[in-house]
Design a protein around this ligand. Structure first.
Ligand code: HEC
Length: 106
């Protein structure tokens, strides 16, 4: 009996967690899922990607000088080898992930 209860509460926890994950829209979550592979966990791309794709660190002066609005436009429409995220992410998700990326510029 107690074993059944333990198993079902474990199952409930898994269901709750997966539900929470699919609703998570924090900038950090979006960034980790959609941006980190190119831009790196801390806004610094790994050297291979940096070279192959032309990704610069978030702290690079040429990146830091961009406004939030400009970065949102770049992410929405794509830039260089970065794909456009229009239609793949909501406007709110793009803004949130850009804001998260901008925290690495400081
Ligand atoms: C497939 C690799 C890739 C992914 C995934 C990617 N980017 Fe980029 N991103 C790039 C590259 C390459 C550039 C540089 C483009 C250029 O200047 O030619 C760039 C540029 C940018 C810029 C402009 C600043 C700069 O470095 O020139 C921002 C802002 C940005 N990315 C944000 C994001 C966000 C936010 C996401 C996730 C929603 C994301 N990127 C996902 C490759 C990627």
């Amino acid at each position: 009996m107690s074993k059944t209860i333990r198993i079902s509460s474990a199952l409930a926890a898994v269901i709750l967690l997966s539900g929470a994950a699919s609703f998570a829209q924090s900038g950090e979550a979006v960034y980790k899922a959609k941006c980190q592979s190119c831009h790196g966990a801390q806004g610094v791309p790994n050297p291979g990607i940096a070279k192959a794709m032309g990704v610069k660190p978030a702290s690079d002066p040429s990146v830091k000088s961009l406004s939030e609005a400009q970065m949102i436009t770049d992410t929405t429409n794509g830039k260089g080898k970065m794909p456009a995220f229009k239609g793949k992410l909501s406007d709110a998700e793009i803004k949130a992930s850009v804001d998260y990326f901008r925290t690495f510029a400081k």
